[in-house]
Design a protein around this ligand. Structure first.
Ligand code: SF4
Length: 316
């Protein structure tokens, strides 16, 4: 691609995925229909601006259900929850609305199927991430967590022929491929998904950032540092050839010195980032003389998830 000096290339797709749109819309509609306060277990999605915005409208984010008064409305975040959390909500007589992304639910169902078939499940993911806690909570006695290739050699299993793999949805496609290869090399009969469980949105955003990174001197990823898929975009940009890559919550974080000597700046955003934050970054870059903007589309996205039936009417 031949680019004018001081150009911005913006990756597409970027920003809100179908699961995040679904979860944020659910909280908005529940607030409209039932009024504040509405309790949400964990941050609905990992983006500070989205969370603050919903908090201002009356959402109350909690990690401990003991803080939710009995009979209140409780929304489960897009990352999903374990059966133990569902039980606790039931015991506290909370009225639950589930905003778990359907692609996370799909992984939960895979875990249950593998366990029913007599397998032990190896999950590839990041320890402590709320999605991993929710998924591993579906069979805590029959699951192991692997975070990196080196962990594969340390696994202790009773029957190497009764193993299956699932993955967190927001991992690096390339790193996960390496871990799955290491698992297959050690356990040739392990059941692996035909495609890993990394969701379409994570895969598409990584493909798009790869495409712009090779032409960019520096890449700015809009996203929060607790957002797994946003952090992965920074890593993928660096691996794909960007000289530097920065994660920014919004335009105010951008340091003019980052732009020293940069002819082309790449911009993208994580799956939980509203487009207005990207617009803010583009406006800031224009102030620094980067007014020429081109969009590079890697894949077209059309997926939309249907709202739960009780909220569809409110949406209409
Ligand atoms: Fe669902 Fe993927 Fe979005 Fe997570 S990143 S909410 S799994 S579509």
């Amino acid at each position: 691609m031949s680019l004018e000096p001081r150009t911005v290339i913006v990756a597409s797709p970027r920003g809100f995925c179908a699961g995040v749109s679904y979860a944020v819309e659910i909280v908005d509609l529940v607030l409209q229909r039932y009024g504040a306060p509405v309790y949400v277990r964990h941050e609905i999605v990992h983006n500070r601006h989205v969370v603050e915005n919903l908090r201002a409208k009356g959402a109350v984010f909690v990690d401990d259900l003991a803080l939710v008064p009995p009979e209140s409305l409780l929304i489960f975040s897009a990352h999903g929850v374990s059966p133990a959390v569902r039980e606790e909500a039931k015991a506290r007589q909370l009225r639950v609305i589930d905003a778990t992304c359907p692609l996370v639910t799909k992984v939960h169902l895979q875990v249950l199927r593998h366990v029913r078939e007599g397998n032990v499940v190896i999950m590839i993911g990041h320890r402590g991430h709320v999605e991993v806690e929710g998924t591993m909570g579906h069979a805590p006695e029959r699951m192991h967590l692997v975070e990196k290739v080196e962990d594969v050699a340390k696994l202790r299993v009773d029957d190497p022929d009764r193993l299956a793999v699932v993955t967190q949805t927001t991992l690096s496609v390339d790193d996960t491929r390496d871990i799955i290869e290491a698992l297959r090399a050690r356990f040739p009969n392990i059941r692996t998904p035909p495609k890993d469980d990394i969701c379409y949105a994570t895969q598409n955003r990584q493909a798009a950032v790869k495409q712009i990174a090779s032409d960019a001197d520096l890449v700015i990823v809009v996203g929060s540092d607790n957002s797994s898929n946003s952090v992965r975009l920074v890593e993928v940009a660096l691996e794909a050839g960007a000289r530097a890559a920065y994660l920014v919550d919004d335009a105010s974080i951008i340091d003019e010195q980052w732009l020293d000597g940069a002819g082309t700046v790449g911009v993208t955003s994580g799956a939980s980032v509203p487009e207005e934050l990207v617009a803010g970054v583009l406006a800031r870059l224009a102030e620094f003389g980067y007014g020429s903007v081109e969009e590079v589309e890697a894949v077209e996205e059309r997926l939309v998830f249907q709202l739960p039936p009780e909220l569809r009417r409110a949406a209409r």
